[in-house]
Design a protein around this ligand. Structure first.
Ligand code: PXL
Length: 266
């Protein structure tokens, strides 16, 4: 079995962050591990409080894992401050981590800031160059590049410009544009478009976390980037279609739709 690590924040509501990542790793047949960067008090209606971890505790968690267990891929999600970002970059470099998926989490679905604005520079300068693939949605790509992105052509230009910041490849996710969800992937040579049907549902909590974790799990299993992304999108589309009406706000996607269907538990 392959081993996949998430470095991200905890979502007490269970729909996003570490919880979504571990469910995704498990659903895709990999062994999941976690380094917690922050604890959020949240539910389907919003994020109510955030406590960031001490950077030395982030270092200790990473060291304990890499010292003992082979890590086949790493997904990085919510990392809210510059100190923790610098620590993660130093530790992953020291341990020669491979297959790193960076999801540049900035704002929750409910509109809560999960990245301190002053930490953007560190995220761009320290984390992006480590990424095998970085997976911004349109609002995140706009913040990274400091300009608006209004259509698929501008998404492709954004992917190429973010590529220049140092990651091995870039996936700009188009779910925030109207119409079908087209994502644009650039690996330094070729632009690849991924189009999935736009599922009309309110229950989309954790979609970004789930996609980046699924890409990491598929990279760990030896797939190339384009295949890993295609399979991750297929998994996410089904998880959104089976989204759960939990809570009074934005409900989570169903990570185990496949398993529950086979066990007649859907
Ligand atoms: O979806 C981004 C995200 C990432 N990580 C944590 C979150 C959220 C959104 O709510 O809570 C911990």
């Amino acid at each position: 079995m392959k081993h996949v690590l998430t470095i991200a924040g905890s979502d007490s509501g269970g729909g996003a962050g570490i919880q979504a990542d571990l469910k995704t790793f498990s659903a895709l047949g990999t062994y999941g591990m976690s380094v917690i960067t922050a604890v959020t008090a949240q539910n389907t209606r919003g994020v109510f409080r955030v406590v960031e971890m001490d950077k030395t505790m982030v270092k200790s968690q990473i060291d304990c894992i890499f010292d003992d267990i082979r890590v086949d891929a790493v997904k990085i999600g919510m990392v809210s401050n510059a100190e923790i970002i610098a620590q993660i970059a130093a530790s992953l470099t020291e341990w020669h981590a491979q297959n790193i998926v960076v999801d540049p989490v900035m704002v929750s679905k409910s509109g809560h800031h999960l990245l301190r604005p002053e930490a953007k520079k560190q995220l761009v300068e320290k984390l992006l160059p480590l990424a095998t693939v970085v997976t911004p949605n349109i609002p995140e790509a706009e913040v990274i590049l400091d300009r608006e992105i209004k259509n698929v052509d501008e998404m492709a230009e954004a992917a190429m410009d973010i590529y220049r910041l140092g990651p091995r490849s870039v996936l700009v996710k188009g779910g925030h544009l109207d119409g079908d969800a087209t994502d644009i992937f650039f690996d330094g040579k070729t632009i690849t478009e991924f189009t999935a049907e736009h599922v009309h549902t309110r229950n989309t909590h954790g979609t970004g976390c789930t996609l980046s974790s699924a890409i990491a799990a598929h990279l760990a299993q030896g797939h190339d980037l384009v295949t890993a992304i295609r399979k991750a999108k297929e998994y996410l589309t089904e998880a959104i279609k089976h989204g759960l009406n939990i809570g009074k706000g934005i409900g989570p996607v169903h990570h185990f739709h496949n398993l529950y269907r086979r066990a007649s538990m859907l």
